[in-house]
Design a protein around this ligand. Structure first.
Ligand SMILES: Nc1ncnc2c1ncn2[C@@H]1O[C@H](COP(=O)(O)OP(=O)(O)OP(=O)(O)O)[C@@H](O)[C@H]1O
Ligand SMILES: [Mg+2]
Length: 315
């Protein structure tokens, strides 16, 4: 059985009259990467602060490695929150060395070097952190979070404000961590990023979980089944498509490429069979996956409809 690394059970947080989190429950198993999504103010950072025992829930509990957040072994967790604390007038290397002493790491010098290299900061190791750009600080913060080789990593909006190159570096770093079987919770607004990295998706809205599923399931449930073919005879193909019941829509993308909306992905082989039987040469064909952005917008739309319907019933 795969070990549960992080479990939230009915976590609720109210501040004054305001419900910031309501009944938030989820489990993160060893090796999973969770994309924790939601609009500004949805409660992502609040959830993370509760997991780290920086904030007490009003009711419910967070458990890390089978222990309550307040009793969990924090050495097994690596964290990057907004505004990581560094000594601005000390160099990157000295900063990491300082934290490696706090964590009491064995080969301090070797580990600091390894991580500065891992995050492409080795050339800047002697520069004061105060002179670092936002992206460089962020990379250093990731290096710091990895010093003690934690099993669970929690990153709160780790790539916001980074340039495309830094984003790719950070993304690749996270992927390397996945290969090391780390368990990762990643809050983000960057869906493009999340769909490349995360396996599980939670969407939070006004402090409640509206979706908790694997990316694969979400894609197939909220997917528009798109299929692309490149053919020799466009006009003939269009004629055939217009009489097929399982084709809901189609449009020509170029002189020999067509984008076809199917009723279901399962119709893709049937479509190919018909085309070939009718003498159309098919040079290539591929299923087009919906992006997480399309999935996310579809979920938000669906949720809005649900809320409106609920309001209607109470009228
Ligand atoms: N100490 C506090 N006192 C009062 N309200 C708070 C406090 N901390 C957070 N909140 C409120 O809780 C809600 C959730 O905030 P949180 O920072 O968790 O959102 P978030 O999902 O991380 O948003 P963002 O994407 O902008 O980072 C917000 O409405 C925020 O104003
Ligand atoms: Mg936040």
């Amino acid at each position: 059985m795969v070990e549960d690394i992080l479990v939230l059970k009915n976590v609720t947080k109210s501040i004054g009259e305001r419900n910031i989190l309501t009944d938030v429950s989820f489990t993160l198993k060893k090796g999973e990467t969770l994309g924790y999504l939601g609009p500004n103010g949805a409660g992502k950072t609040t959830t993370i602060r509760i997991i780290l025992d920086l904030l007490k829930p009003t009711s419910g509990n967070a458990f890390l490695f089978d222990k309550k957040a307040s009793e969990a072994d924090r050495r097994r967790v690596g964290v990057v929150l907004e505004n990581a604390g560094f000594y601005d007038n000390l160099s990157a290397e000295v900063n990491l060395s300082y934290y490696s002493r706090i964590y009491n790491i064995r080969d301090k010098e070797g580990r600091v070097k390894e991580l500065l290299e891992f995050m492409n900061l080795w050339d800047r190791r002697n520069d004061k952190v105060g002179t670092f750009s936002k992206g460089m600080r962020q990379k250093l913060a990731i290096a710091k979070s990895l010093l003690h080789d934690p099993e669970l990593l929690i990153f709160d909006e780790i790539t916001s404000g980074l340039d495309p190159e830094a984003r790719i570096i950070v993304r690749e770093a996270i992927m390397k961590l996945e290969n090391l079987e780390k368990t990762i919770l990643l809050s983000s607004h960057d869906l493009e990023e999340i769909q490349k990295i995360a396996t599980q998706i939670i969407i939070l809205k006004k402090g409640r979980i509206i979706v908790n599923d694997s990316l694969g399931n979400l894609r197939s449930r909220h997917n528009v089944p798109l299929f692309e073919v490149s053919v020799d005879k466009l006009a003939v193909t269009e004629k055939i498509l217009s009489r097929l019941g399982f084709v809901s829509d189609f449009k020509a993308a170029t002189a020999n490429r067509l984008l076809i909306t199917l009723k279901s992905y399962e119709n893709a082989p049937d479509l190919l069979e018909v085309l070939i039987k009718e003498g159309v040469k098919v040079f290539s064909s591929s299923i087009i996956q919906s992006s997480l952005e399309e999935v996310y917008l579809d979920i938000i739309r669906e949720d809005k409809k649900k809320v409106e319907a609920a309001v209607d019933v109470t009228k």
